[in-house]
Design a protein around this ligand. Structure first.
Ligand code: GN1
Ligand code: MG
Length: 387
């Protein structure tokens, strides 16, 4: 049940927002969190804020989540200031503290809320509309990773342990199949077979990391295309959002999830599987954009697995949807019966499409080097004062 205006007004009043609240409403009910907006009158100017209820079933320690978010957003802002970048308040999320100075508010009903400055003049999309948008997404997440390369202090909190541990995700699927608590396995036989057949891919990145061939980095871990805000006028990526899973990870998990969510023109739950396809022209722009900003710090071993990571993460999210379908839809919010099964089918169709083109995708990546890809961004270097 979405929150009512009166409750939202009470919640917004807990934060250090000046002025008179005018109205508050639902902004987006996603797979996990709930997002609302509130409009205030500040000296005759209407100013909006974002209020988010953290899903505490998914994020067991919301305080630890917000500690990470504060460290990361503060660091990114400092980096932008050091570059004398313009438009900084639209380029990194700004957390508004509670009236007693905390980054998070616990309401009387035991829920956890946080508040951000509303970034105006931007748009997000569920599916990519053009190769240029994929370039922008790649550039934005690559830049985000590159700004966190020198994050000082201790290791970030693991807000969801083993989030991209594909082996553990696979084991969870095997258990769900075995238990089959809702007698649904019979409805998902082809998908179950597809998943089990792909077991050989699940350990590739985990093993490379365990052997030290691929480094741990600070990564976003949820680089869905709809987590990039694009300027409504210029189309340029401004800000990446949804920082709850920013934690120690692998750069490839981020690139892989970008491949999953940008390279097919379809939505994540597209029922017409004939439309689900990895489009090479989009992949090329995505890879160019990502290497334009991440190319400098990525190692050869990371770059060599970029196409593979698209397949792996698409597969991993697919088995998570399948596991949730078999377990009674308790994790991802669903909007129709079999929704998680439909989402799984779409992911697996995309895995197949990536598989067919994986060699060509990687060949393209291999041909790009940092310098070339940077130049292709309007002839400008990746980080300039003008942005
Ligand atoms: C969830 O909240 P949202 O929609 O950004 C999920 C991701 C999945 C994604 C699939 C914390 O992301 O891992 O890739 O759904 N987030 C969490 O659409 O589980
Ligand atoms: Mg998310």
């Amino acid at each position: 049940m979405a929150y009512q205006e009166k409750q939202l007004q009470e919640i917004s009043k807990q934060f250090q927002i000046y002025g008179e609240i005018l109205h508050a409403e639902t902004f987006k009910i996603g797979h996990i969190n709930e997002t609302y907006s509130a409009t205030y009158d500040q000296g005759g100017m209407r100013v909006r804020y974002i209020h988010q209820k953290i899903n505490k079933g998914v994020f067991k320690n919301p305080v630890a989540v917000m500690k990470n978010v504060m460290r990361v957003t503060t660091h990114v802002r400092r980096r932008l200031e050091a570059q004398q970048a313009r438009d900084i308040t639209r380029r990194s999320l700004i957390v508004i503290p509670t009236r007693d100075g905390h980054p998070i508010y616990r309401s009387q009903d035991g829920e956890f809320w946080r508040t951000f400055v509303f970034v105006e003049g931007v748009q997000t999309y569920e599916a990519v509309q053009s190769p240029e948008q994929a370039f922008q997404a790649g550039r934005a997440f690559g830049e985000f990773q590159s700004m966190l390369v020198d994050l000082p202090g201790e290791r970030l909190n693991e807000t969801i342990p083993d989030f991209h541990n594909t082996r553990k995700r696979f084991t969870a699927l095997q258990q769900a199949i075995q238990k089959d608590r809702f007698n649904r396995a019979k409805d998902a036989q082809p998908e179950i077979e597809f998943a089990l057949r792909h077991e050989p891919i699940v350990d590739v990145i985990l093993k490379a990391m365990a052997k030290g061939r691929i480094p741990e980095r600070v990564t976003h871990n949820d680089t869905k295309f709809n987590n990039v805000m694009l300027d409504a006028v210029t189309g340029e990526a401004k800000c990446v959002v949804d920082l709850d899973t920013v934690m120690p990870g692998c750069a490839l998990y981020d690139f892989g999830d970008m491949v999953r969510t940008t390279t097919s023109p379809t939505l994540e739950d597209e029922p017409d599987l004939s439309k689900v396809k990895m489009l090479m022209p989009i992949f090329r722009e995505l890879a160019k954009g990502y290497l334009a900003t991440a190319g400098e710090f990525l190692t050869e071993a990371e770059k060599a697995l970029m196409a593979f990571s698209g397949k792996l993460i698409t597969f991993e999210i697919g088995i998570r949807f399948l596991t949730d379908f078999l377990s009674g839809d308790t994790y991802f919010r669903i909007h129709r019966p079999d929704h998680n099964l439909d989402r799984c089918r779409t992911q697996f169709k995309l895995v197949e499409s990536i598989e067919q083109q994986e060699a060509a995708m990687q060949k393209f990546v291999d041909q790009l080097d940092g310098g070339k890809s940077r130049k292709s961004y309007g002839g400008k270097p990746s980080r300039t004062k003008s942005r």
